[in-house]
Design a protein around this ligand. Structure first.
Ligand code: FNR
Length: 383
């Protein structure tokens, strides 16, 4: 298959990995209306075309959280990426390193914090969920710090998992899940050999490092099901702020009052996100929420955004709506599932090229320059 645009990677991933995994990656919660709306609302944002601005080739370089990035984006935490490609977290982290952008390792990764830090040497961030087992959280924080991951992405929009009906339909969960997964693996032998049979056995590395035993997919699902904690509140987050010496980014905010609370608790940044439409179905899209949040927090912390970004053009749209940088989620995970590290590197090149074209056509010379004056008047009137 010829891949000429970022969206081609979705189709390529669909062909390469079994259905239960593709649907886990591709799907959202309940009717998937928020998932769809993330993409559609963002793509509907009109940018203001300008001509003869004389700017030359724009630079994508960005400085955020005291570090220089080659472009204003990082890779979002995506669980179980080591199931899409062999040692997938390391492959994605290496592609991010090559592109000069940060990589975020999910709590629920196949490769452990230590394995990723040993094999990739760019800017590495560590993501943590709110879990009942505070011992696990403390252990993960200590290990991340020790491994040199000095930025913590603390995800707060998963007090419990959203209802993902597609996972039950496709065999990720539900009746006879194991049997259905084996049957699908047999029809994808290349994937099964690459991910399952070659090299180390599949185990969820970060949970294994804590429990001391191998964690297959069922064990990991069981650990999470027991451990999500709907009782946590902003006041309890103070112990995270007090015990984490590095940068703290709160991920999963959609509401300006929550964003103000993040400022009050001393966060360095937030990610405006609805978890890619995997949590509250019916929640507002991030393109719609972002301008209000950016206005409410001003320069008191750094605003990042994700959910629905599928191209360099979408990255520019998010910057025009008020983000200082973005996280790519499914966009890079499809590329990883399709072609491993090489796929993610190619995807990042496509996104960078697309950003340069878009920025030239709107007359912006650098990401830091992009703001609401690059939105067409129609959007400003709607605001
Ligand atoms: C996620 N996301 C996520 N977020 C997080 O904080 N920790 C995690 O482990 C995961 N795992 C995860 C798995 C899969 C399969 C997906 C699709 C998403 C959410 C992720 O970081 C990001 O917010 C969304 O992916 C953004 O939406 P788009 O751009 O993928 O639509």
């Amino acid at each position: 298959m010829i891949i000429s645009s970022p969206s081609d990677y979705r189709q390529a991933a669909k062909q390469r990995i079994p259905r239960f995994l593709f649907d886990y990656l591709d799907g959202g919660s309940v009717t998937e209306s928020t998932l769809r709306n993330n993409v559609e609302a963002l793509q509907a944002i009109p940018l203001r075309q300008r001509v003869l601005q004389g700017g030359g080739t724009p630079s994508l370089e960005t400085e955020l959280f005291g570090n220089r990035w080659k472009m204003p984006l990082g890779l979002a935490p995506i669980g179980a990426t080591g199931m899409y490609a062999r040692r997938g977290e390391v492959q994605a982290a290496r592609a991010a390193e090559k592109a000069g952008v940060p990589y975020t390792l999910s709590t629920v990764s196949v490769c452990s914090i230590e394995e990723v830090a040993k094999n990739a040497h760019g800017e590495l961030w560590s993501q943590l969920y709110v879990l009942k087992d505070r011992g696990f959280m403390k252990n993960a924080l200590d290990r991340a710090w020790e491994a040199g991951m000095k930025t913590l992405v603390f995800t707060v929009d998963m007090p419990l998992p959203g209802s993902r009906y597609r996972d039950r339909r496709s065999g990720m969960s539900g009746p006879n899940a194991k049997l259905r997964q084996y049957a699908q693996a047999i029809t994808h032998p290349q994937w099964a050999f690459d991910v399952g049979l070659k090299g180390k056995p599949l185990s969820f590395g970060n949970i294994e490092a804590y429990t001391g035993r191998q964690m297959n997919m069922d064990d990991y699902m069981g650990f999470l099901a027991k451990n999500f904690d709907p009782s946590i509140s902003w006041s309890e987050l103070e112990w995270i702020r007090d015990s984490w010496k590095g940068k703290l980014i709160i991920k999963g905010l959609l509401d300006k009052e929550d964003a103000r609370d993040a400022v009050r608790m001393g966060a360095d940044g937030i990610v405006v996100s609805n978890h890619g439409g995997r949590q509250l179905d019916g929640a507002i899209s991030t393109a719609q929420a972002l301008p209000h949040i950016a206005e409410a927090v001003g320069d008191e912390l750094t605003v990042l955004a994700d959910s629905g970004i599928r191209s360099g053009l979408d990255v520019v749209r998010m910057l025009a709506l008020g983000a200082k940088g973005v996280l790519l989620g499914r966009a890079y995970a499809y590329a990883l599932a399709a072609r491993g590290e090489q796929g993610v590197s190619h995807l990042l090149d496509l996104i960078a090229a697309d950003m340069r074209v878009t920025m030239t056509l709107i007359g912006a010379n650098s990401p830091a320059e992009i703001n609401s004056r690059h939105l067409d008047a129609v959007v400003k009137e709607l605001k």
